[in-house]
Design a protein around this ligand. Structure first.
Ligand SMILES: Nc1ncnc2c1ncn2[C@@H]1O[C@H](COP(=O)(O)OP(=O)(O)OP(=O)(O)O)[C@@H](O)[C@H]1O
Ligand SMILES: [Mg+2]
Length: 438
């Protein structure tokens, strides 16, 4: 500045200028600092977005409305075997492995009114080895701040992996089902085994009894035949007498009735067991008819009285009809089994006033029958076994242990439940529940 120009400017003006310059400079520094801060923040958020995109296991592809790739993520680069830089600016259609995928992508990009929530699409991409990889894509429109659609965002997941996982799951499920069936089968076989063992055990007794008797009868018949031959041959009386003694004919004659009776009894017991087993089989659904439970109870009480004069007091009041669907005969058998057990229990207990009672009630769509006795009740350790086939606490020859298990099966076939408990003041209580006929 020429000295003449500076003339006339006093010192205070200079101070003002220098102050202004200072202010401008410090403003500049502040702006610079602010800019750097903003820049760092921008970089940080870019880094954040990049890390999120890289962490995504799903494939991400962003393209403009013409299908030119603008953004990718690591999963896509890895899948197609190309870098982000290589993909940038190239066409999305180059990555599609077949004409159908190209057509689908074209339809999505060409849609002028796309759904904001995106739409699902099955596409085939080329992988690094130019093999076709099926992916399940979701395409969402990318909208600029102005609200105009500027492109599409594809998020896709290779389905081969999912399909493989699904197949593995399916075969694991199949294997599990097979294992379950096997388990069920072996459980059935085990129950059958227990039943067969029980039957064999039960039958063994009377059969060996019958067998022993028949062997004896066969020996006796040989001796009788020898004696009869001598008689028919007209042997002299003394010789016959001697032979009679030698062959122990009198002993045979004494023994015969009990041998025959025992054989008959054994055979009868075998027949009883077989008959009981027969009743295990399911009832024919066509045999079901409406049955009044009152009638069944009446008949069961009548028949129990026929066997041996009951020495217990029977308490029961017939009420209004209690209609159930089923077989009157089988239900009567259940009641007779229960009554017989109650009679046995009270008799064994030896109380003076032996009492058996039946009470019925209707609860919702069911009829409930309570059969109580004042016998000794059932030992706690036996409670869970009384319905098992061949479980009995009665002496040999008295009970087969089939009564309750058969009754249980019958009630089950009638759509009902048979259960047992002990009453508080001793004695057993059986509860028979049956659905009422409609
Ligand atoms: N009212 C009852 N009181 C006490 N115990 C009972 C009663 N009813 C059944 N039990 C017990 O349950 C067992 C099994 O009964 P279940 O009717 O199945 O066979 P069982 O009476 O022994 O022989 P079966 O009925 O074949 O002649 C009986 O041996 C007895 O121990
Ligand atoms: Mg019984």
């Amino acid at each position: 500045m020429p000295a003449s120009a500076l003339e006339g400017i006093d010192e205070s003006t200079w101070v003002d200028v220098i102050q202004k310059m200072d202010e401008v400079y410090s403003q500049l520094i502040d702006d610079e600092i602010e800019l750097e801060k903003k820049n760092a923040e921008l970089e940080q958020s870019q880094q954040f977005i990049f890390s999120v995109l890289s962490a995504m296991s799903d494939v991400l592809l962003v393209c403009n409305e013409r299908g030119v790739i603008e953004e990718t993520n690591a999963a896509l680069c890895e899948l197609v075997g190309r870098t982000d830089a290589e993909l940038h600016g190239t066409s999305l259609y180059e990555l599609l492995a077949d004409p159908l995928s190209v057509e689908r992508a074209r339809t999505v990009l060409g849609n002028t009114n796309p759904a904001r929530r995106g739409e699902g699409l099955e596409l085939n991409l080329f992988d690094a080895q130019r093999q076709s990889v099926p992916v399940d894509a979701n395409c969402t429109p990318r909208v600029a701040a102005s609200g105009r659609r500027v492109g599409t965002v594809f998020v896709a997941r290779p389905t081969a992996e999912i399909k493989r996982a699904y197949h593995e799951l399916r075969s694991a499920h199949e294997a599990l089902k097979r294992a379950q069936q096997q388990l069920l089968h072996s459980e059935k076989m085990a129950s059958l085994g227990r039943l067969v063992a029980g039957v064999a055990h039960e039958l063994n007794n009377p059969i060996s009894f019958v067998l022993g008797n028949v062997h004896a009868l066969s020996r006796y018949s040989n001796r009788l035949r020898a004696y009869l031959a001598a008689v028919h041959a007209g042997e002299p009386a003394e010789q016959l007498q001697a032979l009679r003694g030698k062959l122990r004919i009198d002993h045979i004659l004494d023994d015969l009735p009990s041998l025959i009776e025992g054989t008959l009894e054994g055979a009868q017991r075998t027949a009883d067991i077989v008959n009981s087993l027969k009743r295990f089989s399911a009832m024919d659904p066509e045999d079901r008819i409406p049955v009044d439970l009152n009638e069944v109870i009446k008949r069961a009480i009548h028949w129990i009285g026929k066997g041996a004069v009951p020495d217990f007091e029977m308490r029961w009041q017939p009420g209004p009809p209690l209609m159930v669907m089923g077989s009157a005969g089988q239900l009567q058998q259940v009641l007779m089994n229960l009554l017989q057990n109650a009679q046995d229990a009270t008799a064994a207990h030896g109380k003076a006033d032996k009492l058996v009672s039946i009470e019925t009630e209707v609860v919702e769509n069911c009829v409930r029958l309570h059969l109580r006795d004042n016998g000794p009740g059932i030992a706690p350790e036996h409670l869970s076994h009384v319905f098992d086939p061949f479980f009995t606490t009665k002496p040999v020859g008295k009970g087969t242990g089939l009564g309750l298990s058969i009754s249980y099966g019958i009630v089950e076939h009638h759509g009902g439940v048979l259960s047992v408990c002990n009453q508080i003041d001793a004695g057993a209580e059986f509860l028979l529940e049956l659905p009422l006929a409609h």
